[in-house]
Design a protein around this ligand. Sequence first.
Ligand code: EPZ
Length: 425
Amino acid sequence: MDVFRIEGPVRLSGRVAVNGSKNAALPIMAAAILAEGRSSLAGVPRLSDVRVFGDLLQTLGCRVERDADGRLEIDATVIDNPVGDYEIVRKMRASVCILGPLLARYGRAEVSMPGGCAIGDRPINLHVRGLQELGATIHLKNGYVIAEAPDGLRGASIFLGGSFGSTVLGTANIMMAATLAKGRTVIESAACEPEISDLANCLNEMGARISGIGSPRLAIEGVPRLHPVRYEVIPDRIEAGTFMVAAAITRGELKLVNCRLDDMMAVVDKLRSVGVAVEPDESGCTVAGAEHIRPTDVTTQPYPGFPTDLQAQLMALLALAEGNSVVIEKIFPDRFMHVAELNRMAADLRKEGPAVIVAGVKNLVAAPVMASDLRASAALVLAGMAAEGTTIINRVYHIDRGYERIEERLNPLGAKIYREDTPAP
Ligand code: EPZ
């Protein structure tokens, strides 16, 4: 099993290109199911989650391959096994977003019920309710959600808000299903994340009729069929934010290209408020760390608020601030697996329910730590680059789910991150 050995502290400088967005690419790959024929996607990152999702599409009957230019080609001419198998779904919760497109195209879908994961309980009640309102019958059998609509789906008005706000993949599922429903669907309290807008834009290129894109009220006029698409997914705002924190925590300076600052206003605002300089330019921005980081309070929220997917990384930075910060997690209240690991590196973090009090320390100190989920692992890499000594991060397969060979991206900028293979215990 791979581990990272990270030598620190380092100061990063240079230019880095942000990859295409994982969380936009996965639902867009699912959208390819909706149209017979071959879709071609650019900007799909080479991540283990993308490979697993490709495997899932192949089990349904699709053909999935990279072409010579690195585009992802998905041929969905044949869908003959509308089943999301437990062995794949348990590896990746995003698999649930095949439910809507399968139901719309095939009239039936069986998808293993996703379990909880390291960031907490992750129910799918809103996905189920939305599909039921579109006319599907749904029941649970042997751990599988079985959804049926033999006579097709019909448009409906659906309120998709839950106790923790809107649902990203729930909105993706219902929006995809509604594209082929008879009549008009309105989704109220739809997720406004840029990844949902990207999916909606892609669906419109496929012939769907979606309006209100980017707002909490999406209107979808059903059409009889969609056609395959050539599309390029947006840059990954979470990867961009991780690189921004990397510049800040190492007191370095990075130029980010292929970065859409307009999707990241809450992040940019928060970084500026603690003293980090973010200067926009034509292709992205330049981010420069400060010698002194100011403390702050931050609450994660649905877009356009501060994203939960950058909470752990920002916490690593705030661990080095000159004073006390408070981090409140409003999307996944248990998403704090990084807290104990950062404390092993001499951070001073105290968890209080869905909040963490961060008492800034002068230095972080290297230690062996355990990656638990994707973003928590990113926080540990960031902390490792700032800490004095040799940090060992175990279970780096978590980070490979969402960051493509992160050591090969950061080392040319001055990081010293070495991937080493250790025999399984
Ligand atoms: C997406 O997950 C992202 N995953 C997550 O990215 C991200 O953390 C999350 O949105 C929030 O931004 C992908 O896009 C593949 P939600 P999703 O449904 O859609 C509750 C990463 O690190 N809820 O928006 O599964 C839920 O428990 C990750 O890349 C219900 O109550 O998240 C949570 O509190 C991991 N019922 C809140 O809504 C439901 O049916 C938001 O979850 C669905 C969700």
